[in-house]
Design a protein around this ligand. Sequence first.
Ligand code: NOJ
Length: 744
Amino acid sequence: MKRILYTISLGLAMVACSSGPQTNNSSVDQRVEDLLAKMTLEEKLGQLNQVSAMDNLEDMAAQIRMGRVGSILNGVGAARINVLQRVAVEETRLGIPILMSRDVIHGYKTIAPIPLGQAASFDLDAVQEAARIAAIEATTDGVRWTFSPMIDIARDARWGRIAEGYGEDTYLTTQMGVATIKGYQGDDLSDPTSIAACAKHFCGYGASEGGRDYNSANIPPRQLLDVYLPPFKAAAKAGAATFMTSFNEIDGVPSTANAYILKTQLRDEWHSDAMVVTDWASSAEMLAHGNCSDRADVAAQSINAGVDMEMVAETFIQNLPDLIKDGRVKMSTVDNAVRNVLRLKFRLGLFDNPYVDENKNVAYSPEFIEKTLKLTTESAILLKNDNKTLPFSSKVKTIALVGPMADAAYEQSGTWTFDGEAEHTITPLKALQSLEGVKVLYEPALTHCRDQKAAGIASAVAKAKQADVVVCVVGEEAIMSGEAHSLADINLYGKQKDLIEALSKTGKPLVTVIMAGRPLTIAKQIEESNALLYMFHPGTTGGTALADLLFGKAVPSGKTPVTFPYMVGQLPIYYNHKNTGRPAAGTELLIDQTPVGAGQTSLGCSSYWLDAGYGPLFPFGYGLSYTTFEYSNVKLSATELKVNDTLKVTFDLANTGEYDATEICQLYVRDLVGSVTRPVKELKGFKRVALKAGEKKQVEFELPISELAFTTLDMQNRVEPGDFKLWVAANSDDNSNEASFTVK
Ligand code: NOJ
């Protein structure tokens, strides 16, 4: 069939050459204008249409020949993509290449930890590397556009897509998003190993009510500006090539019809010329939302709000000709959308170099595996380590390895793993079995994480009794988080809790390892385990990273990018909340301490839960090491500053334990009084600092005072003069190293 397509194409190739863009030396914008001037309305609308790949190549080719395809979603494979691209370039009148896209979310073949895990590393270089690896691998299969990074702020772990983002914090998410965009796009989008990034979901999707996916988000304007939009603003500044409108509505307006975010913010305020794509049929879904009367209305509202390309819904291609005739949509609006699409295609170098090298195979290269292993190791979080249970000493010769995630290659890769193959994935079982001098007694006990059959627990307990230590790997299967996989109960499922309880009763040192897509409510399992390592679905190298950490070849350094609640009822819970008028003192009576028949009074009442208290199980930014660190001697370069100044904060960090290790130091600030209420703390900086055992170093943060700006009572973005507190800290709940300064 390939041959047939090539032959048919020959004659038309001549036409394409003579009428196609020949403006190699002129600027991209000039080339866009030259091409636009030659296009018919039908050709223009074809460019605004993204179709989902069809299995049958001939059907796909027919669509392309009809000029209906600007972009294809999910059609991978170099040879296949070349066949289709040839049809576009050689058999259509203007020879406009197709933009091939795919959800490459945390790796293409070599799978990195899910983004939430990447965030736990606080390692921007490693995260940028991971995106670069994804880009190199994906481009060899013809992908030039990925729908990543997801930079939605997520403060509710019930939302399944918390797995896909960088957690609850605006600053961390912003930094991670920018690093990822840089990794995908490289220095030059036209490099054949670069892929266009997509900042998504624009905007507010992570605030879906109750954590139920696709639900409405209720975000007050000031919070939208200060919490949800900054990562997107930074993405625009970093040159993110595309943005995706989100499924949700905010205050009655679905994002796909939201001119405030798509025009006022993206274009007027941030001056971005990125191409805006809808999410999957999010335009047509406005019929279900109830803000559009029919598909013509959908097309009109979407394009008039600032959408450029429609993902699969095809309301543009079907309705825009009439809408233009009726005057509901201006031709200039369509032209602008086409410009944004063509500009991206020129920038990617698709006109000059449309085809993929079919003989390149770089997947899973040793270099990629090594770099991914580093990130995976850094993303593991040690949440408990009583009596130095970890790392294992050389006396540990027999390990009982149990649990449904101990050898679940697909599941440990997490959500959105389309292309990474399970046979390349190192599970804990594979990794531990490859160690010399260690005997592994393996018993999954449960066939999968939701398994309700407890029969295997007895044999796991029997194995535990024969071993020096027990490593129990539990968590969530990949499908339990991600899109449309929200949960109302975020406990461990199936009989996993019973398994841990039974193992803990053996009295053997119990190391629980959790591989999951979200923070789970694990208070009881923390108590029952001697040590607990949390790995947000760790991907291809998860088992190797775990083995290295268990035996001290690597030392844990990851910290929580999201608050861990005790109970699901605490959600949404996040560290940078407001103080309220009645902040909890921490001395409140809990339900068991409250006398029966106690009289009602509002005196002394404060903001807490009678059953859960006030704080979380683990705060944002928390994680242990095999060593200990001491912070001291905080000094400020000045205590009175002006808006244009930069404050230098220095402190000493000492490694007071026995292991060389890395600490993630954090800088938090509180604006004590504002024209509107301010968060109790805000992260403004972080640094990974490596110290040898016994070593001490001076560490410095730079804080440009302009970064203290927020949306004031009069809706202006500015720094308000006044008093501030700051903390250099090991986590968001660490108040031991405090200083104050004033902005004049
Ligand atoms: C829907 C998801 O919301 C989005 O994140 C994804 O990129 C698209 N589908 C395409 O698969």
